[in-house]
Design a protein around this ligand. Structure first.
Ligand code: SF4
Ligand code: SF4
Length: 320
């Protein structure tokens, strides 16, 4: 039903299975076949909904909060705990397991109570997909020149999972469509790219606290992000056409996709969101004044130092 934590190591929706023994060492394509079925009749039903780490994407959060008819902040508070994404310093959330049995709060003996809106991670098993970005090429600003999206798939076969003993056969393509993975991948793509881009920069480059807070807010709480867009100086700062403004005012998915663009531009300097020319001019003028003041202050500090040194020499009778 879902990806399962193995041997104390994390497994998230982004990376590869960390326990190599569960991965079948065979590259699959969309047309490859697999035999699998998960249904309430299997002996292990819901066994994989506990002791796990389920990282949520922005789209997962949006869909689950809608499903439960609660605002995002309430969903985050009740059902999630903070985590870091893909061993980067980018903050995200994962599902908070129940205290008593360490199971997902949405599982019952009858199955998943949010099944049609279950998170991306729960849809992947048992067909994993290779990382989105490995290789490829980018220009000096980090924009993609050559796609690195070599997709391939692999089977994750866990010992306790009896789904493999069932007779139902699918192609990978059919399985993914049935699980709604294609739609999720589409919705998660740009956000995952941000995380993978951050990961590729390594730990040497760190994000400012403000950038992390912005990433977290835009990735987890679209209501607050919408307020930020419409109730701050945001629209005075960025060039955004009327059509986009109208779309993101009402449509949460459009707003989410827009937030990915905003994050890509502000965190990584990607193209796609331009600052208004007058704002650039204003900023340059401000920087000039600030620079002027810094230079003036340095000159004054230097003069003060010279005076202090001369005085110290005079006081101690030192002659050069
Ligand atoms: S068949 Fe596999 S995926 Fe389905 S409930 Fe059992 S362990 Fe989970
Ligand atoms: S969301 Fe549903 S499918 Fe996913 S772990 Fe929880 S109960 Fe299982």
């Amino acid at each position: 039903m879902i990806n399962k934590e193995k041997s104390g190591k994390e497994q998230t929706i982004f990376g590869k299975e960390k326990n190599p023994s569960s991965i079948e060492p065979k590259k699959l394509t969309l047309d490859s076949h697999l035999k699998f079925r998960c249904h309430p009749g299997v002996r292990c039903f819901t066994a994989c909904c506990g002791g796990i780490k389920i990282v949520l994407t922005p789209y997962d959060i949006l869909m689950l909060a809608k499903r439960l008819e609660i605002p995002a902040h309430e969903f985050l508070e009740k059902y999630t705990v903070p985590t870091y994404l893909e061993k980067t310093d980018m903050p995200g959330v994962m599902i908070k397991l129940r205290e008593d049995d360490k199971k997902c709060p949405f599982v019952t003996p009858e199955g998943c109570t949010v099944y049609t809106d279950r998170p991306t991670a729960c849809r992947y098993y048992p067909v994993g997909m290779a990382d989105f970005h490995e290789g490829g090429s980018r220009d000096s600003e980090g924009n993609e020149l050559e796609s690195a999206e070599e997709k391939f798939f692999f089977i994750v076969r866990e010992d306790h999972c009896k789904g493999f003993e069932e007779d139902k056969e699918w192609t990978v393509r059919e399985w993914r469509a049935d699980q709604g993975v294609d739609v999720r991948d589409e919705m998660n793509r740009e956000w995952l790219r941000l995380v993978m881009r951050r990961k590729s920069y390594g730990i040497q480059a760190s994000l400012s606290e403000q950038a992390k807070r912005m990433f977290f807010m835009a990735s987890t709480d679209l209501t607050t992000f919408r307020k930020f867009v419409f109730e701050s100086s945001f629209l005075d700062t960025y060039e955004i056409d009327e059509e986009t403004i109208n779309k993101i005012k009402e449509d949460d998915v459009e707003l989410m996709l827009f937030s990915f663009k905003y994050l890509a531009a502000t965190l990584f300097g990607a193209q796609g969101l331009e600052v208004k020319p007058e704002k650039v001019k204003e900023k340059m003028a401000r920087m000039k004044i600030e620079q002027g003041e810094t230079v003036k202050k340095s000159i004054k500090d230097f003069e003060d130092l010279k005076t202090a040194t001369a005085k110290a020499k005079a006081d101690t009778g030192v002659v050069e």
